[in-house]
Design a protein around this ligand. Structure first.
Ligand SMILES: C=C(O[C@@H]1C=C(C(=O)O)C=C[C@H]1O)C(=O)O
Length: 342
């Protein structure tokens, strides 16, 4: 599979390699020509790669060749010290301040604001991906390539939605604290409320589409060097509900956009200093195992790889209680997930 991926990179042919959280199998979806396909309604078969902007088309890699292999994780001792760069601090703090002002004016309840960090790289995409798989066995790890889209990889802790036999699973994931050895996180009211907002939003969005819907209590989950708060959400879809409607209801959730969605989207578009493209979009398996079965993840803790440079994308949820300096530190901490594999 690795040779095949290497050859596809050389020949400019699209593919995706991925490993689901806590699994050992690696899957490869390879397309045998370089056409740029899109998914119209998520009934197609393949690997989907969708941008943040829900109005734009989702890219589809057609499964001309599907390969499976296993990957034995070697726990690579992390000898690396990650050096963080303070450039971009002023701009990010201003962005967060503007977000807080907008919330104070009553136009928004929450908005997720992000930035892009460019770093030089010397490793190949496959080398980076291998390190990523070794470093983050609990994440959804992927490497995506399409000559017209670019090369992306990531290790995301967040499920957008899984569907099988009309049973649906998703999650409300928000709030962040750094991981400290042998210590449980001590969540403040700001974090607890921030995550509850996401849970309530998902509940409201899905309620009318489900026969039954359960939202679990929030629990602390570790994602690399970070903690998050997560509630698992599960339900049974109404018989005639289409997958497209579920995705439309869920993407983008306030874990990556804000509340209300449209106003938050507009604020992000007008104020962030770059284009998110596929960061905070979603990706994963579409009808590959069975029609109506999918496993999609939110594109977080990710980066776009170019020949000598990687662009790492990081953001955080802003509410009225946010402190701009802490939000800057949070994005610095989040950047360590990808910096750690370069
Ligand atoms: C936006 C990101 O992460 C999201 C935002 C979080 C937060 O605001 O605390 C936590 C997890 C994710 O839902 C990111 O990692 O870039």
């Amino acid at each position: 599979m690795w040779d095949r991926a290497e050859a596809s990179l050389e020949e400019g042919l699209p593919f995706a390699l991925y490993r689901k959280p806590d699994e050992i199998e690696i899957h490869g979806v390879f397309q045998s020509n370089n056409t740029l396909h899109h998914s119209k309604d998520f009934t197609e078969k393949g690997f989907v790669f969708a941008p943040f902007n829900s109005e734009s088309n989702a890219v589809l890699i057609q499964p001309d060749n599907v390969l499976e292999g296993s990957f034995r994780t070697e726990n690579e001792p992390s000898t690396k010290t990650i050096s963080l760069d303070e450039s971009g601090k002023g701009a990010h703090i201003d962005l967060v301040r503007n977000g807080i002002k907008e919330i104070e004016k009553g136009r928004l309840q929450k908005v997720v604001l992000s930035r892009k960090i460019e770093v030089p790289i010397s490793k190949s995409p496959l080398e980076i991906f291998e390190t990523l798989l070794n470093t983050y066995p609990n994440a959804f790890g992927y490497l995506f390539y399409h000559p017209e889209v670019g090369t992306w990889c990531g290790a995301t802790p967040e499920t957008l939605v899984k569907i099988k036999d009309k049973k649906l699973q998703t999650m409300s994931l928000a709030a962040t604290l750094p991981y400290v050895d042998n210590k449980k996180p001590d969540w403040g009211d700001k974090e607890i409320e921030e995550q509850q907002m996401v849970s309530e939003y998902i509940g409201d969005k899905l309620a009318h589409t489900m026969e039954r819907l359960e939202i679990d209590e929030a629990e602390s989950v570790r994602a690399g060097n970070l903690w998050h708060l997560r509630s698992e959400v599960s339900g049974t879809m109404l018989p005639n509900l289409k997958v497209k409607e579920v995705i439309k209801a869920l993407h983008p959730t306030p874990a990556v956009c804000g509340i209300p969605t449209k106003e938050a989207q507009q604020f992000i578009q007008a104020n962030e200093n770059y284009q998110r493209t596929f960061y905070t979009g979603f990706l994963g398996e579409l009808n590959l195992r069975a029609q109506g079965e999918l496993s999609l993840f939110v594109n977080l803790r990710c980066m776009q790889l170019e020949t000598d440079i990687a662009s790492i994308f990081v953001g955080g949820g802003i509410t009225e209680a946010s402190d701009p300096e802490s939000e800057w530190i949070e994005t610095q901490n989040k950047s360590k997930t990808m910096l750690g594999v370069l």
